[in-house]
Design a protein around this ligand. Structure first.
Ligand code: URA
Length: 213
């Protein structure tokens, strides 16, 4: 396994993830838990953000106090399921800038085709956190990070909720310089590219698009 794989094994993350995996967990509950876990993932992935200090005054005295340095972080959501992680991360980092990238797989060529790409300005001075809940085959994460590297952010990290060993290998081979943060590494992919045991289709579970009323 890659040196740059970070597994966030905090008890709160693991407990919430277990509830999300259960097939009986409703979309409403799933979204809430994803929101909560995403805040915890954001806390871990931002641990090494550059710091500076600023002169402030408390009600009692002046002091030099620590503060984040440089331009705001940019969070990039891989549509559509990435938006589930994005929402939670934005609650913890409300001043982050946001980008979106949309890709679909051409059924004939099997290549990732971009259908949406929107980023904030001054990317070259910003640290970028790319989010997508499931690192399965790795195809869309690899394509998204390749595209995002073209705009030359200062750094890129990839954050997901669940990863398959196959996705980690492919991603790390394609982007050895991009660390992966995940809450768990599952057993394998099935023949349809779903993570086993996994939690099903993350987008469907977030947005309730597979539910029969
Ligand atoms: N995407 C998902 O939403 N779930 C999987 O298990 C794999 C890819």
């Amino acid at each position: 396994m890659s040196d740059s794989l970070h597994i966030i094994d905090h008890p709160l993350v693991q407990h919430k993830l277990t509830i999300m995996r259960k097939k009986e967990t409703s979309s409403a509950k799933f979204r809430t838990l994803l929101h909560e876990i995403s805040m915890l993932l954001a806390y871990e992935v931002t641990r090494d953000l550059p710091m500076t200090s600023e002169e402030i005054e408390t009600p009692l005295t002046p002091m030099k106090a620590p503060a984040l340095a440089g331009r705001k972080v940019v969070l990039v959501s891989i549509l559509r399921a990435g938006n589930g992680i994005l929402d939670g991360m934005l609650q913890l980092i409300p001043s982050a800038r946001v980008g979106h990238i949309g890709l679909y797989r051409d059924p004939k060529t099997l290549q990732a085709v971009e259908y949406y790409f929107k980023l904030p300005q001054h990317i070259e001075d910003r640290d970028m956190i790319v989010v997508d809940p499931m690192l399965a085959t790795g195809h869309s994460a690899i394509a998204a990070v390749s595209r995002l590297k073209e705009v030359k952010p200062r750094s890129i990290k990839f954050v997901c909720l669940l990863a398959a060993p196959e996705g980690i290998s492919s991603f790390s081979e394609a982007h050895p310089d991009t660390p992966i943060y995940t809450a768990a590494v599952d057993q394998k992919l099935n023949d349809h590219g779903y993570i086993i045991p996994g939690l099903g289709d993350a987008g469907d579970r977030i947005y309730g698009t597979q539910l029969v009323d």
